[in-house]
Design a protein. Structure first.
Length: 128
């Protein structure tokens, strides 16, 4: 299911005209530290800074690297498109089956939440 969502995310990123690097720079502007993502992707500081400059030029980011209002709106639209694409996989289940799945996955989710940092590049929602 996670991979299914990921493919929809890639399609949404491409549809809004972002490159992979730019998508992660946007993610860092939202809630993740650059130091969390950049080393694991193998990008140089130059590559990261060039992606940031393109996003500033296209008004996704302000000069200080924070998301602009337009950037926030675009990101929300990107996430909505991702959610829509991901929702299709669930339409074949009855509500009772989904409830059973949620119950079965709750302990796994709790274990992941206990071991993973509050903000991760895999998009875990904030704990409620």
């Amino acid at each position: 299911m996670r991979e299914h969502r990921g493919e929809g995310q890639v399609a949404a990123v491409v549809a809004v005209g972002l490159e992979g690097w730019e998508a992660l720079v946007v993610r860092c502007a939202l809630d993740t530290r650059r130091e969390t993502l950049q080393p694991h992707r193998g990008w140089s500081d130059t590559e990261w800074d060039e992606a940031t400059a393109r996003l500033i030029e296209r008004q996704w980011l302000a000069p200080d690297g924070s998301l602009t209002l337009a950037g926030r709106r675009r990101h929300l639209a990107l996430e909505a498109a991702t959610d829509l694409a991901a929702s299709r996989v669930w339409t074949h289940f009855h509500r009772s089956e989904l409830d059973e799945l949620v119950t079965a996955l709750r302990p796994i989710s709790a274990a992941c939440r206990a071991d993973l940092p509050p903000s991760t590049p895999i998009g875990l929602p904030n704990a409620a």
